[in-house]
Write a protein that binds this ligand. Structure first.
Ligand SMILES: Cc1cc2nc3c(=O)[nH]c(=O)nc-3n(C[C@H](O)[C@H](O)[C@H](O)COP(=O)(O)O)c2cc1C
Length: 194
């Protein structure tokens, strides 16, 4: 198998991080990978906000967790996402939906029919780049809801995000702590040859 493709099969969502901040040179490479993602019609309109302020990240991460469970009792939702790198759905004692990652990216795109596609392209490039460089990362959703809150709106204004942009996803990045998960078996029948 091609070396890069083989490497892609060993990427896993990482949710336990060491305290140390991501090396700036590695971060720049990861962001470059994000910028080189395709965009619909080459619009290149997206913005990647890099936040390394632990207070802001924790506050956003708590809102993100709240958005996951709002109106429901977490204990009634049984999930088994990752034993080695538990998610907020595996371990209800985790209060920060950004898992104390030292670097949190928020991807904003222009509100259009392709906004989620553009953001997901960037997100995947970033996840893979982080993995290739030996770092851990995880895609976190619910970002639109998080940035629709009063605090999210405040941050949007502070960060100078244009009005016509939507917050689509977060990518959290850091040095891996704890065991690295094994590959999850892939379900059969997902390739349909016609
Ligand atoms: C659209 C999307 C949203 C996700 N949202 C979250 C999330 O909110 N919290 C989280 O811990 N992981 C989230 N994940 C990560 C998935 O849980 C993870 O990719 C999945 O369990 C498969 O594991 P793997 O990435 O190790 O293959 C998300 C992934 C995707 C693609």
């Amino acid at each position: 198998m091609n070396e890069l493709i083989e490497k892609m099969t060993t990427r896993h969502a990482i949710r336990r991080f060491q305290k140390k901040q991501v090396d700036e040179n590695l971060l720049q490479q990861i962001l470059t990978a994000g910028l080189y993602a395709p965009s619909a019609g080459n619009n290149q309109y997206s913005r990647i906000v890099v936040c390394q302020d632990s207070e802001v990240n924790e506050r956003l991460g708590r809102i993100s967790r709240y958005m996951q469970f709002k109106g429901k009792d977490p204990k009634t939702i049984s999930h088994s996402i990752s034993a080695e790198q538990p998610s907020i759905q595996d371990d209800f004692t985790i209060m920060n939906g950004f898992y104390d990652a030292p670097t949190v990216l928020t991807i904003f795109t222009r509100d259009s029919q392709y906004s989620h596609d553009d953001a997901a392209m960037i997100g995947e490039n970033i996840l893979l780049a982080a993995h290739f460089l030996g770092l851990g990362a995880c895609y976190v959703g619910r970002t639109g809801e998080v940035f629709a809150t009063e605090y999210g709106q405040q941050l949007r204004r502070k960060w100078g995000i244009p009005e016509d942009m939507v917050a689509v996803c977060n990518i959290i990045i850091g040095y891996i702590d704890g065991p690295v998960p094994c590959s999850k078996p892939r379900k059969e029948g997902r390739i349909i040859r016609v």
